[in-house]
Design a protein around this ligand. Structure first.
Ligand code: ATP
Ligand code: MG
Length: 363
């Protein structure tokens, strides 16, 4: 198994579109990396340069330590699954899976038969080898597309929105299944999606793309909890974002004037007074205050306090989401664990959040 390395890769299409703009990443052997970002940000183009279907305008690509920047796709040993995972309709499932090995012309019939059987076991569909694709469900076809890509033992698996055409339930099931198979064979995988939840739940690391660039690369928890930019905070999960100007800095914390509110926030290193910044607060970071017996607040030292009224409440399963309108006219999203929350729309509430849970990001 082998890693993939992109160095300053750019791709400008004939006609002028700069689809990929200087991306760098070292993907380790066996790692599952997701490229996530809005439509048109360059995910497919990046994947196609790794597969060899596009040649980068600048930069270099290594697979398994070998420079493949100018190598054709068939010399790169990658297996690719496309969004529509088009199986060959007139071939049986067995023939579909065998296709890459037959085309390579390096395997005996016995080797191919054994590998096809092994792949059908891997995707947990033994015994359907004689059917044709139209006799399978969408999820089964998807697994066969995966088996077909894996059969020739590629060095890396490249997946372009392979689950996009499946309905929600099947999609979630296939997310787990795909990850199981990937871990079982330990294959280096680059997965493309514009679905942020999929990116957060499946990956070892994700690269958030915007306008041809990687805005941030890191493990899901780190990118979610510590976004570097306003774009990343907004794109992944729900974020309360306050735009403002830094009034003062002390001890790595900043006091930020956000118009109607002043917020104390962390991650102020390298930021100057007077800078325009955004402050991000994840909804789970707020806490409701309950008045203590003497009428005072439970957390009198909390750096940031908001008073307001609940306008909306919905259950998300194990948690509950509240929308609040503060007395300053801010709309806040607050998420708390179910069962702890008797509060309802119309209730007046106080929420607090510590400075460590408010993060300054690039605007
Ligand atoms: N063959 C092409 N010729 C010219 N421009 C292209 C070509 N393919 C893609 N583009 C442009 O390059 C940019 C990036 O496209 P790409 O397909 O990589 O985006 P994407 O992130 O995969 O989007 P989506 O989520 O919609 O699939 C877009 O502006 C697109 O219009
Ligand atoms: Mg795409």
């Amino acid at each position: 198994m082998s890693g993939i390395s992109l160095q300053s890769v750019s791709k400008r299409y004939p006609g002028g579109v700069l689809a990929v703009d200087g991306v760098d990443i070292d993907i380790e052997s066996g790692e599952f990396v997701t490229l996530v970002g809005p439509s048109g940000c360059g995910k497919t183009t990046t994947l196609r340069t790794i597969a060899g279907f596009e040649t980068p305008t600048d930069g270099s690509i290594r697979i398994d330590g070998e420079d493949v920047t100018d190598a054709p796709p068939y010399e790169r040993d990658t297996g690719m699954v496309f969004q529509d995972f088009a199986l060959f309709p007139h071939m049986t499932i067995r023939e579909n899976i065998a296709y890459g090995m037959e085309a390579a012309g390096e395997y005996t019939d016995e080797e191919i038969d054994a590998r096809v059987a092994e792949m059908l076991e891997l995707v947990e569909l033994p015994g359907i080898g004689d059917r044709t694709p139209d006799q399978l469900s969408g999820g089964q076809q998807q697994r066969i597309a995966l088996a077909r890509a894996l059969a020739p033992r590629p060095k890396a698996l490249l997946l372009d929105e392979p689950l996009a055409s499946l309905d929600k339930q099947l999609r979630e099931q296939m997310q787990v299944e795909l990850r199981r198979i990937q871990q079982e064979i330990g294959i280096t995988t680059v997965f493309v999606t514009h679905n942020q939840e999929e990116a957060l739940t499946m990956s070892d690391r994700l690269a958030v793309m915007n306008d041809g660039q990687f805005e941030q690369v890191g493990p899901p928890e780190a990118v979610y909890d510590d976004p570097d930019t306003r774009f990343v905070a907004d794109f992944l999960g729900t974020a309360n974002i306050f735009d403002g100007t830094v009034l003062a800095i002390d001890d790595g914390y900043a006091t930020v004037d956000c118009g109607d509110v002043t917020i104390r926030a962390q991650n102020a290193d390298g930021i100057d007074s007077g800078s325009a910044v955004s402050v991000v607060v994840r909804p789970e970071r707020f806490r409701f205050e309950t008045a203590s017996a003497d009428g005072g607040r439970q957390r009198p030292d909390a750096a940031n306090v908001f008073e307001g009224e609940i306008t909306f409440k919905r259950h998300l399963g194990s948690s509950v989401e509240f929308r609040l309108e503060t007395d300053d006219g801010q709309e806040l999203v607050v998420v708390r664990r179910s069962g702890l929350n008797e509060r309802a729309p119309g209730d007046r509430v106080t929420v607090t959040v510590g400075a460590d849970d408010c993060r300054i990001v690039e605007t």
